[in-house]
Structure formats: C-alpha cells, structure tokens
Design a binder for this molecule. Sequence first.
Ligand SMILES: Cc1cc2nc3c(=O)[nH]c(=O)nc-3n(C[C@H](O)[C@H](O)[C@H](O)COP(=O)(O)OP(=O)(O)OC[C@H]3O[C@@H](n4cnc5c(N)ncnc54)[C@H](O)[C@@H]3O)c2cc1C
Ligand code: SF4
Length: 333
Amino acid sequence: MPEPGYLRVADTAAALAALTRYGPSARLIAGGTDLVNLIKEGIERPDVLVDIGRLPLDTVRADGDGLWIGALTTMSAAACHPALRSGYPAVAEALELSASPQIRNAATIGGNLLQRTRCPYFRAETKLPCNKRQPGSGCAASAGHDRTLAVIGGSDACRACHPSDLAVALVALDAELTTESPRGSRTLPLARLYLLPGDAPERETVLEPDEIIVAVRVPSSPAAARSGYLKVRERASYEFALVSAAVAVETDGALIRDVRIALGGVAPRPWRLYEVERRLLGRELTEPVVREALASALDEARPLKSNGFKIELARRSTCRALLELRDRGVVRT
Ligand SMILES: Cc1cc2nc3c(=O)[nH]c(=O)nc-3n(C[C@H](O)[C@H](O)[C@H](O)COP(=O)(O)OP(=O)(O)OC[C@H]3O[C@@H](n4cnc5c(N)ncnc54)[C@H](O)[C@@H]3O)c2cc1C
Ligand code: SF4
C-alpha cells in the first residue's frame, strides 16, 4: 500500500486550499484515532493527509445563548469544561463514557462526529462483502452476527449503527454544526448531518469532501441543564454502546414542560423519539407515565435475528435515564 503524502496546515484557509488542490482523495486528519486505523485496515486509501490538528479551533465558550465548542477541542478538554458540565451534563457524560482517557486526550470533537461505524464486517482485517466499504459488494452482516447492528433506520444494503456517543447527546440537545468550505460557511442541525443508508451506505453525511467542521453550537435551555446520558454496553468500560439514551427534561412544578430523548446503538444515526417526547409533555414525570409513553417506541423497528432485544432495552434505558434525572432533581456541577 503506498503511503499517503502529509501536509500540516496552520489555519482553516490553508486547509481549504489543500482540499481544493488535492481533491476528494485528500483526507483531513485531526486526532487520527479513527482515520489511522482505517488506513491501516485498507478501508481508507487517501493520497494526502491534511493535518488540521494545530488549527486554532480548540476553545469552548459559553454565552447566554449557548455553548460553542471548537471542532479541534479534544474530547477530554471539552468534558472537563465547567460551562459544559453545568449547563449540558448529557454532553459531558457522553464524552466521559467514550473510549479511554488516552484516546479522549488525542481525539477531537469534529473527528468523533465523523468516526465511522464499528460494524465488525466493515472493520474486518480480511476483506469481506460490505456495501459501505466497497459499494455493490454485498453485506456480510446479513448472514452473520447481527447483535450490534441497527434495529431501525437501516436498509437491505446496510444496517450498521452509528457509533458516536457524543452525537447522541448533541442531537438530544438540538446542537448545530458550523462548517467552512471554498463556497463559504454554513450552519446545519446535527440531526440533519447523518444520512440513512438506503441504497448508498458509503455516503454517511451531507458534508462535501472539501467541507471542514469548525464548531458545534449547543443552545442553552433549562432542559439542557437538566440532562443526562445512560450507556449500556457489554463491559463496564472502553466499549461502544449496545444501547444508549440521552435525555433532557424541564419541569413546571410536577409537570413536564420540555423533554428531549435521543437513542444510540439502535440506528445508523442518533435516533430522536419525537413522538414519545410529544406524549410526555404536560404530564408528570413518574414511572407509569414514562412507561406508557415509551410502550410503543420503536414499534416500526425491523430487528434482525439476534438484536431484537435492543428494542425493549432502549425503552427501559430511556425510562431509567428519565427517572434518574427526576431523582437527581438539581443541576450538577
Ligand atoms: C479503542 C477505541 C474505543 C473507542 N470507544 C469509543 C466510544 O466508546 N464512544 C465513541 O463515541 N467513540 C469511541 N471511539 C472513537 C473515538 O472517539 C474516535 O476515534 C475519535 O473521536 C475520532 O476523533 P479524531 O480527532 O481522532 O478523528 P480522526 O481519526 O482524525 O478523523 C476521523 C474522521 O473525521 C474527519 N475529520 C476530523 N476532523 C474533522 C473536521 N474538523 N472537519 C471535517 N472532517 C474532520 C477525518 O477526515 C476522518 O474522516 C473509540 C476509538 C477507539 C480506537
Ligand atoms: S451492515 Fe453495513 S457496514 Fe456492516 S457489513 Fe453490512 S454493509 Fe458493511
């Protein structure tokens, strides 16, 4: 395998110029914790690596409207920022429950959102049929182990889950991305970043190859300040989510005024339960009410032979996460 060329850039303009010059076979590299593995496994074969690790996009700041996290902020720096911990605890918890301290010290917010699926067939050292890795080659997972795959939002071409914990928390809190490209800057809701696989699972986001994420903005709200992240995994640490739930609630006395719920580990993108949220509004945050609102959540799921357990697990995890928020009562710092 020929080694890719390497270019370190100092600012966003230089990164964009490099992407324009080298075209779609160039790849941005930030912390490198995912991309380097993908190159080693022969999944990514860039001609040039454009190292953006030193771009001055590594600050976190909060104002009255919300939180601004530079895309080059490391996961660990973001997770310990006081404004993030007090105003957006679901985000801090999702980051702390991700990967290992060593990886979080190197990995960045932008890179985390664009990491690729952990489907074991996609990541296999031996090349196996995989429509995401090699379009049109088939899907080895359809006749294989499907325990970790999606129960909803997939297609016959691909049922891989989205792996980022951070993305689940950010989608629950209605975060937006700001990007830069040679055509200018744009802002888009994170919920609209990820594409469902359909017939083209190799295309995972709406970003263009020459577009750089520069920041994530999370609007402030009482619900964001009273939020949490629950992650269920096969072992206690250093593991991707089997199922996860990011929840946020604002109550008015005993009644729910605002509630947000996003699931991880069930779909090719973070999955918002908008209908459950609607059913909970104006009601009391009690176990019977929450159970009733969740009873038909994911009813439209199409589980595979051994991952149907995720549906009930997702309902129970969401219920537990919401009740834990109620019992915590106050915003934590
Ligand atoms: C053993 C292990 C366990 C892990 N466990 C978890 C876990 O439990 N939960 C979890 O969420 N993650 C987990 N991860 C994934 C880890 O969090 C990601 O590898 C990391 O966040 C990627 O960030 P990075 O900066 O290293 O990205 P890179 O590897 O540098 O880049 C990843 C991708 O993002 C693109 N990119 C990076 N920055 C930008 C930008 N600003 N604009 C546009 N494109 C960009 C790159 O071109 C590349 O395609 C784990 C990883 C490992 C190796
Ligand atoms: S589920 Fe998707 S990523 Fe996994 S083998 Fe099938 S096509 Fe590839």
